[in-house]
Design a protein around this ligand. Structure first.
Ligand code: ADP
Length: 849
């Protein structure tokens, strides 16, 4: 325990794998040394034998002695060669490698001494040994240096001690070469060791990474299997009661609920089928799938399976036929596995074929029986053919893929075929169709006798007694039985998939009595589509449905709904593309879009909202929540539309009022700008009073003189003062204006204001002699603004007054002609705007005056 802990702590040091790598490298070096010492022994023996020829030519007088030495060296090398095969040699390979090196080196040194010492040409032999062993043995620089030192010492010491050196040049030359060789081999040993270490650590890290990956893969498969298993248990508990309901075992179910039960049942089966596929796959992967061999008829199985899928293919408008080439004898196979292979191939053929036919054939070849599934479907592109049997491989795995699937069907078919020692192959042409062929050997019972069912039955009988007492096992077996899914079930699931075609575009009216808004629902899953649209229409929405993004886009353009509810992963056009189409088209930009998706990542949410989705809901969809969000969006949209309409209306009205007042100005150019100026002056009073400045006030101010349109030119445009009779005509204008505007619904309310704008606060005005508060507030405001503007404008018959003079006039008629409070508010407003001077200056001026 403590040891493993220490190693772990060391591992966390400077380099994560420092200790294990060093150890691994050392182990590998030792193993290599064992092999290299053996090779070294053989190479050295051969070389020593060959160089005996040189002895004979160069030193015939001591040839015998030299030969003896060589025989001795070869003999010792062979002994080392032998030892390296023993456990002892393998334990101390370094010792023997040095020994081998020294034996060869020292024997040459000895030959040097007996053949002339410092002048002997045999010193070249020492160089040769040193260089050769650099390549032969994986010694490090330190050991190489020790050996070099020993060899050089053995060479030089006897020469220096016993020999008289007569030829210094030869002495130096030989020593120089010898020492240079020593340096070269030590450096070489160092470098080659480094290189080997680097190469080793590369390999080592790769192996480690591989190991980790393998572990992860195993863990993942294990997790996969566990989860699938855990999911299967509750699922089978759902399936059993639903199946009873579906089959009518628990009494009559109201027809409006029947299809819901059927939907739950089919989808639970579909889910179970998927989980079973995953479990099968993980069993195959872990090598835990077992064979149960028994004799069976391949043609019978094929015929039965084809007949089960007949209904489904008819629904899709395809022809499914079985062709029996010849009557086949019984063959030992595992019927379960063979059926699974065949159903997987037929399902794929149905799935990937839109028109034409599917043909299943059985037959026999030499030592084998086979079946073939041929379709006239979409085919498989050449580049995908080699991968098609690998796990999770799908030709189109993108978010817009048209066909559902896990990508495990063919992997399971291949694994099952391999287990049966058979072979599976495919021929396919894109756009024309595919043919899958599966072959089984005849003699499986001979190749794998242990898989024979009779034997298993026998073995099980022996242990049956133990099983019976074990309740948990019994429950487990019951669950297993429930979890089995047979071919008719699969055919039912496939039929369900085809409903997609049948219900291309449905439009469900809202439930009677309520109609909240128009919704287009875009969802490729037929069940979900049917369920959501049904519920939404029950909640009062008018729902149109679409099977994918492209269809959805068409529906949106046709129906111009309030809200679009769309899935993301869909064939042909996905939810994102649909969303961006809706949000970039002028016509559909205002439509709210809710995205729903099974993609759990936040990323997809962001992507959706970025393109402009108004809301986002994860699957499984809570239908009440969806309803609430749709209603929210519809209310917001209606509000926005109303707001837009009101703004539009207000603009139009303002334009109308403007054009009314302009028509007056065109006639009476003297008053050009009068209406607009009165409007602005009136607003000063309204602001001082703190009342809202609304359209009614603005229109009253702007249109107060509109009645002058009815005054004849000779009076209206007269340049000199009016006669009393003309005044009478002129005084008709409030009534004329009120009458004129009274014809318009929108101006009805202000006509009373217009009528009273010439009334005086003390009741001396016209036309009705109203008094004080009887006069509408707006009329009193107009009276002041109108009078001020008239006084401060030039007229043909008099000059304009200054603002201050005009205000003085107003003040003079405070409480008589004008509402005193309003006159004060007005003069304050003018003062604040510096149109007239502040009070002090006024007083000052007054005093001076
Ligand atoms: P799945 O059908 O669940 O995707 P499979 O392992 O059964 O997985 O098939 C893998 C892929 O091989 C499919 O996704 C499809 O692209 C391709 N394929 C299989 N059978 C056919 C077929 N009969 N015609 C065309 N393509 C096929």
């Amino acid at each position: 325990m403590s040891k493993s802990l220490t190693i772990k702590q060391e591992n966390i040091g400077a380099s994560k794998y420092a200790v294990p790598i060093r150890q691994g490298f050392l182990n590998e070096t030792l193993e290599k040394t064992v092999r290299d010492v053996k090779l070294g022994a053989i190479v050295a023996s051969i070389a020593f034998a060959l160089f005996n020829i040189v002895d004979y030519i160069a030193y015939r007088e001591i040839y015998f002695l030299l030969t003896l030495i060589r025989i001795g060296v070869i003999f010792l090398n062979l002994i080392i060669f032998g030892i390296m095969h023993s456990a002892f040699g393998k334990r101390y390979p370094l010792v023997f490698s040095m020994l081998e090196y020294l034996i060869c080196g020292l024997s040459i040194v000895f030959m040097v001494h007996i053949s002339g010492g410092y002048s002997s040409p045999y010193y070249a032999g020492i160089n040769l040994v040193m260089l050769a062993f650099i390549f032969l043995l994986p010694l490090d620089a330190k050991l190489t240096a020790i050996i070099c030192l020993i060899l050089y010492a053995a060479y030089i010491i006897p020469i220096v001690v016993r020999q008289r050196i007569e030829r210094l040049d030869v002495f130096f030359n030989n020593n120089f070469f010898l020492l240079a060789t020593c340096v070269v081999v030590i450096i070489s040993a160092y470098l080659s060791n480094q290189m080997r270490y680097r190469e080793f650590s590369g390999r080592y890290n790769l192996a480690q990474a591989n190991e980790e990956l393998k572990k992860l893969d195993t863990l993942k498969s294990q997790f996969f299997a566990n989860v699938s298993h855990e999911v299967r248990t509750p699922l089978t508990s759902i399936l059993a009661p639903v199946q009873s309901m579906f089959q009518g075992d628990v009494g009559e179910i109201p027809p409006e609920h029947k299809h819901l039960i059927a939907q739950v049942y089919r989808n639970a089966l579909k889910l179970l089928d998927m989980i079973n596929q995953m479990l099968d796959f993980s069993k195959f992967e872990a090598g835990r799938m077992q064979l149960r061999l028994r004799p069976m008829y391949l043609d019978e199985l094929a015929r039965d399976t084809v007949s089960i899928f007949q209904d489904v293919t008819e629904r899709k408008g395809l022809k499914l036929q079985y062709i029996q080439q010849e009557e086949l004898p019984a063959i030992f196979l595992d019927p379960d596995k063979v059926e699974r292979i065949l159903t997987n191939l037929i399902r794929n053929a149905i799935k990937f074929t839109e028109t034409g036919s599917i043909t299943v054939r059985t037959g026999a070849g030499i030592g084998l029986q086979y079946f073939e599934v041929r379709d006239t479907g979409i085919g498989i592109p050449k580049e995908h053919l080699s991968n098609i049997f690998k796990r999770f491989q799908q030709v189109d795995g993108s978010s817009t893929r048209k066909y559902e699937g896990t990508g495990l069907g063919l992997t399971i078919a291949k694994e099952a075929t391999d287990l049966l020692r058979g072979s599976i192959s495919v021929q396919s042409e894109e756009g024309r169709g595919s043919t899958f062929r599966v072959e089984f050997p005849y003699d499986l019972e001979r190749i794998m006798p242990e898989a024979l069912l009779e034997r298993r039955v026998h073995e099980r009988r022996r242990t049956r007694f133990e099983y019976d007492g074990d309740e948990r096992r019994k429950e487990h077996r019951r669950q297993e039985d429930l979890a089995r899914i047979n071919t008719p079930d699969i055919a039912l699931i496939e039929k369900e998939m085809l409903e997609v075609k049948d219900r291309e575009t449905e439009s469900l009216p809202a439930s009677p009595g309520q109609r909240i808004g128009k919704v287009v629902l875009v969802e490729d899953n037929v069940d979900l589509r049917a369920y959501i649209s049904k519920m939404l229409s029950r909640f009062g929405h008018e729902v149109s449905t679409a099977v994918d993004g492209l269809d959805g886009w068409e529906q949106v353009q046709n129906h111009l709904p309030d809200v679009v509810v769309s899935d993301i992963m869909m064939p042909r056009m996905d939810g994102y593309e649909l969303l961006s189409k809706i949000k970039t088209s002028e016509k559909t930009r205002g439509i709210a879009v809710i995205l729903i998706t099974a993609k759990p990542e936040l990323e997809s949410k962001l992507q959706g909202l970025e393109i402009g989705a108004d809301d986002y809901l994860p699957k499984p969809v809570n239908i009440r929540e969806l309803d609430a969000r749709i209603k929210n969006l519809i209310t917001t949209r209606k509000f926005q539309l109303a707001l837009a309409r009101e703004t539009e209306l207000n603009t139009r009205m303002e334009e109308l009022s403007m054009s009314f007042s302009q028509s007056l100005e065109i006639r009476d150019f003297n008053t050009a700008g009068h209406s607009r100026d009165v409007l602005n002056l009136g607003l000063i009073i309204a602001e001082g009073l703190g009342i809202p400045i609304d359209r009614q006030l603005r229109d009253s101010l702007l249109l107060h003189d509109i009645g002058k349109l009815g005054i004849p030119d000779r009076v209206l445009l007269k340049e000199s003062s009016l006669t009393p009779e003309e005044w009478e005509i002129m005084k008709k204008h409030p009534e004329l204006g009120a009458n004129l505007l009274g014809h318009f619904e929108t101006y009805k309310e202000i006509s009373a204001v217009i009528l009273a704008h010439q009334e005086h606060f003390d009741g001396t005005g016209y036309p009705n002699g109203l008094k004080g508060e009887q006069i509408p507030l707006f009329s009193r405001i107009i009276a002041i603004a109108d009078a001020y503007h008239a006084m401060t404008s030039n007229r043909p018959y008099r000059k304009a007054l200054t603002p201050m003079q005009a205000v003085s006039e107003l003040i003079e008629h405070r409480g008589t002609q004008f509402d005193a409070r309003l006159v004060d508010v007005f003069s304050d407003g003018l003062r604040r705007r510096r149109i007239i001077p502040p009070v002090e200056i006024q007083l000052e001026k007054g005093r001076q005056g």
